[in-house]
Design a protein around this ligand. Structure first.
Ligand SMILES: [Mg+2]
Length: 418
């Protein structure tokens, strides 16, 4: 494996992206501590906050009562995922003018490969990106940029440079920088791995950096340990390709809509959005899961049930199956409980052109017909945008964004907002 002698990777992460977008869009929020909340009423936590709020000790994902204790003057502002999506696209195209974006890691993080001439002076690349972004969004949306021999090291340098930084981890210095970091600073060392490291009497980064690849393989329990060793030791290692595992949506229900019967139509809307995305990416699903998180004065509890399907890719079939799950839910979930959150998930995906016949149901002709109908529905939705035709009732609950909820890992598309 190749070991670069210059920083070849750039990692860029926007600082307080959601709150910054709101401050850019709404000038009266500028300079104020802002906390972005999931919906206008009934939100119980802040999901993102501005630098002014951070300076007062507010953190992303913090219960609102705690937020008020730290920062009584905070302005709570409902999320606007479509704004973040548009800002994301705008920023990407600006960055692309300086250096091609190689991988979008989340709505506010991306990485680029520096070309050989840029590797001699990476800081100039970051300066140029920042200059271009400043011209578009002024000082309101800022980013941090890090450079390293590979993506993991560039990401760590980026985090090290926050906020608003531009920092190179030169390959020859990286070992010495790393031995002074904490285990928690390494992306990929979460609670589970940390426990195993402690069990192996590895208490700090210096000890970790002095292990062999095979020792890491033992601790990680597989080749991912070897990959981690190479990444930490500055080899040019590509991230593992992520396999598409599932399509799901979840939604915290507004306080006025927390009964089982009110949760049901919301789950159907979420499911229609998930099916639409899955179909657009050419998959069919073999498994459907319905889940709920319920709260009561006696304590909280989760409920979830899955059902197998023979490779469904049509709206009618999948929506019928979720009704089967709701019949079970009505028997198993105490109706006095308050449904706080509902989730739907399509998983065990197969490419859409791989058909699987169900010997028992013998319904291939019906499935083909329903898939044809689904194609027509998707075509109308794409063409006329809004919900011109929907499979069944479409009654959005109060508060917006049934489908395109805020997400750090998935970039919503325009169609998600229909
Ligand atoms: Mg960020």
């Amino acid at each position: 494996m190749r070991k670069p002698i210059r920083p070849e990777r750039l990692y860029l992460d926007f600082d307080g992206f959601f709150a910054s977008c709101e401050q850019f869009r709404h000038p009266h929020l500028r300079g104020k501590p802002v906390g972005v909340i999931p919906m206008k009423t009934g939100s119980s936590c802040v999901i993102a906050c501005s630098r002014e709020a951070k300076a007062m000790g507010v953190k992303n994902v913090m219960p609102i009562n705690e937020v008020y204790k730290k920062c009584p003057d905070i302005v709570l502002w409902p999320q606007d995922p479509d704004l973040y999506r548009r800002a994301h696209n705008e920023m990407i195209s600006e960055i692309n003018m300086v250096v091609p974006v190689d991988a979008v890691k989340s709505i506010d993080e991306m990485t680029c490969r520096l070309d050989p001439s840029q590797q001699f002076n990476p800081l100039a690349v970051g300066k140029e990106i920042k200059r271009r972004l400043y011209k578009v969004v002024g000082p309101w949306i800022e980013c941090s940029i890090g450079y390293g021999a590979n993506r993991l090291l560039a990401k760590m340098a980026c985090k090290d440079s926050k906020p608003t930084g531009n920092l190179v981890w030169a390959p020859e210095d990286t070992f010495n920088i790393l031995i002074n970091k904490r285990l928690d600073d390494v992306p990929g060392i979460a609670a589970g791995i940390k426990k195993r490291l402690f069990a192996a009497r590895i208490w700090d980064m210096e000890a970790l950096m002095n292990l062999t690849p095979n020792q890491l393989r033992g601790i990680w329990g597989g080749v991912s340990g070897i990959r981690m060793w190479h990444a930490l030791h500055g080899y040019d290692i590509q991230a593992e390709p992520t396999k598409r595992g599932m399509y799901g949506h979840s939604r915290i229900l507004p306080p006025s809509h927390r009964t089982l019967e009110q949760a049901r139509p919301i789950s159907r809307m979420l499911l229609i959005k998930a099916i639409r995305r899955m179909r657009r990416d050419n998959w069919r699903a073999n498994r459907l899961t319905l889940g709920m998180y319920c709260i009561s004065s006696y304590g909280d509890c989760g409920w979830s049930k899955s059902i197998n399907m023979a490779g469904y890719a049509d709206y009618v079939g999948i929506l019928e199956r979720v009704e089967d799950l709701w019949r079970v839910a009505r028997q198993e979930v105490d109706p006095r409980l308050s449904v706080f959150r509902v989730d739907v998930n399509l998983s065990e995906l197969k490419p859409i052109d791989v058909r699987q016949l169900d010997m028992i149901e013998d319904d291939d002709a019906k499935r083909r017909e329903l898939e044809g109908l689904s194609d027509a529905l998707d075509h109308l939705t794409r063409k006329y945008g809004a919900t011109v035709v929907t499979p069944g009732l479409w009654v959005p609950p109060p508060g917006d964004h049934a489908g395109a909820k805020i997400s750090y890992t998935r970039i919503p598309r325009r169609e998600d907002f229909n």
